[in-house]
Design a protein around this ligand. Structure first.
Ligand code: DGJ
Length: 778
């Protein structure tokens, strides 16, 4: 709901209110963003008091000697009129002049949401789901018009924002910065960011915001694993603000605490390295910023984001549709596979109930390692003599869907594509280009490059009749340069690249409406809302180790729902960490996401295959909750706690699945307590763990305590027994009220601690875990 009364704009959602007012000078003063206010608003009580001078400050003008923009909470700020904080807009005109002053000219309130232009992607909502406010501000002297657009989404307590700059004059100006949103806040806040690198994406970092500037950004051309564009601010009252950006390129979130204790938060395209020449009559629009408020802390704010993403970002036939369990051949074979090997892998996977076979890297050109063939999207007849179409046919006859890996944005020097079009590769004439994973990036700002990719990819995908595409991107940008004549200013390059990528993806998803796309960039180097406008899911990380995944999936879950997170069970020792963890535990963690398997199933023994079969059946039975349920983090991986507890609940709370994982096996521990607040406190639940298999190898030579024959650790007898035999996990079962679960918790069976073992003993070991089921029985 958006209303205007005199000077006041009120943007309210179900549980939040956002207020600003127009000052006597036409500036927009931010007043409030917090819990929903339902009574009449007094502007006076929220507005900055300004009867006195600010020592050392610069007043707006002589007619307003006590108006100091440096201590006004503003909706959008400029440089040169007394606000010395970072500004939202920076435009260079006439010989480097930068002073700007925008004041309100007019506004309109509309049902629904007008579309973005210029190739950006955005959230969507029907006229009854959202309302838009469009403010037109005019520069005092220059022919520049600034449109600030706000859209409120009732269902998720989200407000989205964007800015559009129109050059109504004849002369060109250069945009150095145009933020998507700015909010100036009162009070003390902690900042939460999601930082990392390849293999350890989106780890949670929390810090107190002190005077000065903090920047969370990316300069590599992708939204990045280094610093995700999602951030949260949280205060002592557990009120939480969340920000994200619908964009896949360089972003910047700037947080500045002013000398007067105000905190400015800004998000948008990273101004570092960016400049855009706006000629007369042209306009430039920013990506859409997504903002939420919750009085229920991080849990509330992240649930708002989950609802928003599932309802207003993900689109197409896979929206809210259960995603298939896949088998991916990458870690099973890497580049070294034959048609027979793939068919065997598919056949055995199908027998376990797996639904989608994904052929990863190495099927095209002459690609037997990562040095060649990117760009040549035609099948390698040596590896796949019957061709892609025949392979896909045979796999589909097994009752599976067929998926294919591609990395279209790239080119290898050793490729037909490079031979024929060396100028399509991004490189600066005369300079030796920098390289990543032996590969280079194609210039997607060029229409001819995009046309080639569309034609080649469409042909191959049709040939293989694909149901799923994994769109990979394994290096980041360097040597920015383009022959594209549209571009007079190379500061535009990275933004134009993203627009080119979005245009290509728009054409492809339109041509292949039924295909499920999964975004990937060396794992999670481009986990963002821009890519999610095309691709309902993203490969969360190349690191599939169960312990590492507790941190990575937990960090990712703050801003993104489980339905977006690809999570695979891989082999042990893990290929990234060399850590050994139990097959059941790898599953338990991967089940809190979109499940897949990425290991050579053909080499597993009967016990292991039976275990996977049971896992797949369990996941299918609870998939709608595991992908679309309401997710809460109870004990955090990213804390000193040895235990990690997550819960995901059905909408009506009739069924809840709870992950209990431990980092290391404690010796002689006290009792573990399972306390879950997301239950219905008026109901009664049946609570029990998913039955797991315990590999007898876990017990090492302790088996000799019960075995009639001597068993040597690592010996043939142990191996043979482990193939034929496993123990069932503990028997544990409760009928208990929701209020007991929520207010006291369930004291679980004792863990194995070297003092004995019986049918009740919980044997978890290092990196061990369980999934508990909570079923409402009345
Ligand atoms: C990086 C991806 O993250 C992996 O899953 C795999 O697809 C490789 N690329 C293939 O080169």
């Amino acid at each position: 709901m958006i209303t205007n009364k005199d000077r006041l704009f009120n943007l309210s959602t179900k549980r939040s209110t956002y207020l600003f007012a127009v000052t006597e000078t036409g500036h927009l003063e931010h007043l409030y963003w917090g819990r929903r206010l339902n009574k009449d608003i007094s502007i006076d009580s929220f507005a900055e008091k300004r009867s006195l001078n600010i020592g050392g400050g610069t007043a707006y003008d002589s007619d307003h000697p006590t108006l100091f923009l440096s201590n006004l909470a503003l909706e959008y700020s400029t440089t040169g009129k007394g606000d010395y904080r970072e500004s939202s807009i920076d435009v260079e005109y006439q010989k480097g002049l930068r002073t700007l002053d925008f004041t309100l000219q007019s506004f309109r309130i509309l049902k629904g949401k007008p579309r973005l232009f210029g190739g950006l992607v955005e959230s969507y909502g029907e006229a009854d789901q959202c309302t838009t406010l469009e403010l037109t501000l005019k520069e005092k002297l220059l022919p520049l018009r600034l449109l600030l657009t706000y859209t409120t989404f009732e269902d998720s307590d989200v407000i989205t924002r964007r800015a559009t700059l129109h050059n109504d004059g004849q002369e060109s100006v250069v945009i150095r910065n145009l933020a998507s949103a700015q909010v100036d806040l009162e009070g003390n806040w902690d900042l939460i960011t999601f930082d990392g690198a390849w293999g350890r994406e989106r780890h949670v970092n929390r810090k107190e915001i002190k005077p000065g500037i903090y920047i969370n950004d990316s300069k590599s051309g992708v939204s990045s694993a280094d610093h995700n564009p999602a951030i949260f601010l949280i205060n002592e009252e557990d009120e939480c603000l969340g920000f994200n950006l619908v964009y896949s390129g360089n972003h910047r979130e700037l947080i500045e605490r002013s000398p007067f204790g105000k905190t400015r938060v800004m998000t948008g395209i990273n101004p570092s390295g960016f400049s855009w020449t706006l000629t007369g009559g042209e306009r430039f629009q920013t990506p859409e910023a997504v903002m939420t408020f919750s009085a229920r802390g991080l849990e509330g704010a992240s649930q708002n984001f989950h609802t928003f993403i599932n309802h207003h970002i993900i689109r197409g036939p896979w929206k809210f549709r259960e995603r298939p369990i896949l088998i991916n051949n990458w870690e099973a074979t890497y580049f070294n596979f034959t048609e027979d090997k793939l068919l065997k892998l598919a056949r055995e996977s199908a027998a376990l109930g797996i639904e989608l076979f994904v052929l990863d890297d190495g099927w095209f050109g002459v690609r037997n390692d990562d040095t060649t063939s990117l760009g040549d999207w035609t099948v390698n007849p040596k590896k796949l003599p019957s061709g892609l179409g025949a392979l896909s046919d045979r796999i589909k006859k097994m009752g599976m869907l067929f998926g294919l890996w591609v990395e279209p944005e790239m080119v290898s020097i050793e490729s037909e594509l490079y031979k024929n079009h060396p100028d399509w590769m991004i490189a600066i004439p005369g300079r030796n280009p920098s390289v990543g994973r032996n590969q280079y990036i194609l210039d997607l700002t060029r229409e001819d490059v995009r046309r080639y990719l569309f034609t080649t990819l469409s042909k191959t995908w049709k040939l293989a009749d694909v149901n799923y595409i994994k769109w990979d991107m394994n290096r980041i940008f360097s040597d920015l340069y383009s022959l594209n004549a549209e571009m007079s200013n190379h500061g535009e390059f990275l933004h134009r690249y993203i627009l080119g990528l979005y245009e290509l993806l728009t054409k492809l998803v339109t041509e292949f409406p039924a295909v499920l796309f999964e975004s990937c960039a060396s794992g999670g180097n481009r986990f963002d809302l821009g890519m999610h406008c095309f691709m309902p899911q993203t490969w969360t990380s190349d690191n599939t180790d169960a312990l590492s995944r507790l941190y990575i999936q937990e960090g990712t879950s703050y801003a993104y729902p489980l339905s977006t997170m690809g999570a695979h069970v891989s082999s042990a020792p893990n290929h990234q960490t060399l850590r050994r963890s139990e097959l059941e535990s790898r599953f338990n963690v991967a089940a809190f996401g979109v499940l897949g398997y990425e290991l050579d199933i053909t080499t597993l023994n009967h016990q292991q295959k039976e275990t996977i079969k049971a896992q797949v059946a369990f996941y299918k039975a609870h998939r709608s909750i595991l992908q679309y349920g309401s997710f809460t983090r109870i004990k955090l991986a990213n804390s000193d706690s040895n235990q990690v507890v997550w819960a995901v609940a059905s909408k009506d709370k009739s069924e809840i699945l709870v992950l209990f994982a431990q980092k290391l096996n404690p010796v002689n521990p006290g009792g573990d307590i399972l306390r879950v607040q997301s239950v219905d406190t008026n109901a009664t639940y049946e609570v029990f763990p998913r039955q797991q298999k315990i590999d007898i190898k876990m017990f090492g030579d302790l088996l000799n305590m019960v075995s009639p024959v001597h068993i040597t650790e690592g010996g043939i007898a142990q191996e043979t027994m482990s193939k034929a035999l496993s123990f069932d996990s503990e028997v544990e079962h409760y009928r208990v009220s929701g209020e007991q679960i929520a207010y006291g918790g369930i004291k679980l069976n004792q863990q194995f601690g070297g003092t004995g073992y019986d049918a009740m003993t919980r044997v978890l070991g290092d990196f061990g875990s369980r999934i508990y089921l909570f079923k409402r029985i009345d």
